[in-house]
Design a protein around this ligand. Sequence first.
Ligand code: CAO
Length: 483
Amino acid sequence: MAKKVAKKSKAKKPAKARSRSASKRSSAKVVKLKAAKKNGKTVKSTLPPPSRKPFGQAGKALDGVRILDFTHVQSGPTCTQLLAWFGADVIKVERPGVGDITRGQLVDMKGADSLYFTMLNHNKRSITIDSKHPEGKRVLNELIKKCDVLVENFAPGALDRMGLTWEHIHKLNPRMIVASVKGFGPGPYEDCKVYENVAQCAGGSASTTGFRDGPPLVTGAQIGDSGTGLHLALGIVSALYQRTRTGRGQKVLCAMQDGVLNLARVKLRDQQRLKHGPLTEYSQYGEGIPFGDSVPRAGNDSGGGQPGRILKCKGAPEDPNAYIYFITQAPVWGPICDLIGEPSWKTDPEYASPRARLPKLNQIFARIEQWTMTKTKFEVMNLCNAVDIPVGPILSMKEIAEEKSLRDTGTVVEVDHPVRGKYLTVGNPIKMSDSISEVKRSPLLGEHTDEILTKVLGFDKKEAAKIKTSGALSAPAKEDKAA
Ligand code: CAO
């Protein structure tokens, strides 16, 4: 997988033409600016020069943005972790003594924060505050004044019950953006608590995932939690951008149901196509099975306009991941026929056109599978990519963890943690040429309480000590069982 796939050299005219005209456009702009004159004097171009720093080393995109991170579990932390990777100062507020509940969930190493927590909370600082304690409320109010964005994903109404209503926040800091993840948007379910799989089910993903004759399935990718966190991050940076014009903060809401539906939009497309006839790229069309009134589960059929399937390779099924996703993209039908040893299918009217192939997809993929079963998934990948056939090996998490190219790009990163030692995590998947994206370990519970009280909020040592002894930042003493 790490090896670069050998490609046939090809003239990629359209791409070259595009880049040429883009550079022409920009150089035309430069010339125009250079020639501009003000009061008879030539005005120097104000276009910034390209960065002289190496890729990704010219600063941090969100430097100067401070986030009050009131998130927990997965959806909200995904969002604030992304913002932190881009350089925002993310201050995670946690409940004294307990912290984010995930610190203690799915624990693999006694005494250490779980991987669930560490892998969702990199690059953040942690302060413990009891948001219902009067002194805790005072500290939170001060934080609201000093931060640009408050991000939360509590159950509906919880923030208001803490006294942190939009009106209260907006009065304290009219520039603050208040960003929330909830399970559902306004409507009949708005008060419901929601976890990942609830969102996958309510957002149309589960009803369209799995095999037609089996039950609905949830996916391993956390499209409800992490997917919604991603959506929220985009909402936040958009609101920050709008604030540069209006000076005002605003509310940003991402409902997990909406986020999942956005990712499942091709299935709403298919729902509407159903009115006009069967979905010809679904296997059941070729099998002569009639369609009902809603989009069926389509197994591993491709969701796009190019038919695709998961096929066995050498080693399957004993090796559970010896499979490849194979797409019979129309423009490369010829090379596919040559590779699998069916050159006559290139011209045979029964196979030569995409329309002719649709009713025979099961038979065609069975023939392709005869060929893929003679090769490993990586051999198939190399042979197919060399002639531009889109295929994807089914990579196990073990293979991904060991993949050198993912380490090289910082997509898989090894992080050192003072309690658990070294562990692997997923780094920032978004690469920017001018912005550093280093991955720093997650904070210990309340690790930065002192520095946030004094350096961010400006409390002097005496005041900070007073707040600390008030009980607003520490867990209540355990009740005496004998009492
Ligand atoms: N100090 C004092 N109280 C605190 C606190 C703090 N620092 N942090 C949280 N709390 C309190 C909240 O105020 C709330 O109290 P009330 O019920 O009295 O208002 C209480 O802790 C519980 O918060 P919660 O209801 O949000 O948490 P939960 O574990 O019961 O529910 C979840 C979790 C995820 C189902 C719910 O938060 C939710 O639906 N969130 C929105 C959707 C979402 O993001 N889901 C994805 C989760 S990832 O799978």
